[in-house]
Design a protein. Structure first.
Length: 160
């Protein structure tokens, strides 16, 4: 083992100082370049790319979330004419099918191209009479099958 003499230690310290300075200068240059690149961009972030023909399945399990589902379907209808929406009412959300207001909103969504599914198991559990529902409401599938079927057909899942 060798020991460092004072002159060797001074050389080692100055070598570390040079390395530290070089690293610091490189870091500052990179930071300045990044700052310049960022300042050249516009202040607004670009919107994400969404293909015009996307498919979305909106899975609603609570009646309180239906306004959000209708809003999402309205967005699709207003801005994405080639997109498809499927609304799956499941859980306690099916109890809203006894409301004329909800049925009117579902009718409008259906007229704008949305598929409407009311989960057969949820209808039975919540005591909703299937024969009281309009023909455009599909009541033949359980919630699970309706969601899995949609995903297998390329729909993107959106849970409310």
């Amino acid at each position: 083992m060798t020991s460092f003499e004072p002159d060797d230690a001074a050389q080692l310290d100055s070598g570390m100082d040079r390395r530290t300075l070089i690293k610091g200068a490189a870091g500052a240059t990179a930071a300045l370049g990044l700052r310049t690149a960022i300042s050249d961009r516009s202040a607004a972030a670009p919107l994400p790319f969404v293909p015009s023909d996307f498919r979305a399945v909106i899975h609603v399990t609570r009646a309180d979330d239906l306004p959000y589902a209708f809003s999402a379907l309205q967005t699709i209808a207003d801005h994405y004419s080639k997109a498809s929406g499927r609304l799956v009412l499941d859980g306690s959300a099916v109890t809203s099918l006894t409301s004329d207001q909800t049925l009117d909103a579902l009718q409008q969504a259906h007229e704008h191209g949305a598929e409407i599914v009311a989960a057969s198991d949820a209808l039975e559990i919540n005591g909703v009479d299937v024969s009281s529902l309009p023909d455009f409401v599909n009541t033949k599938e359980t919630g699970l099958i309706a969601v899995v079927d949609a995903q297998l057909k390329g729909f993107h899942y959106y849970k409310l």
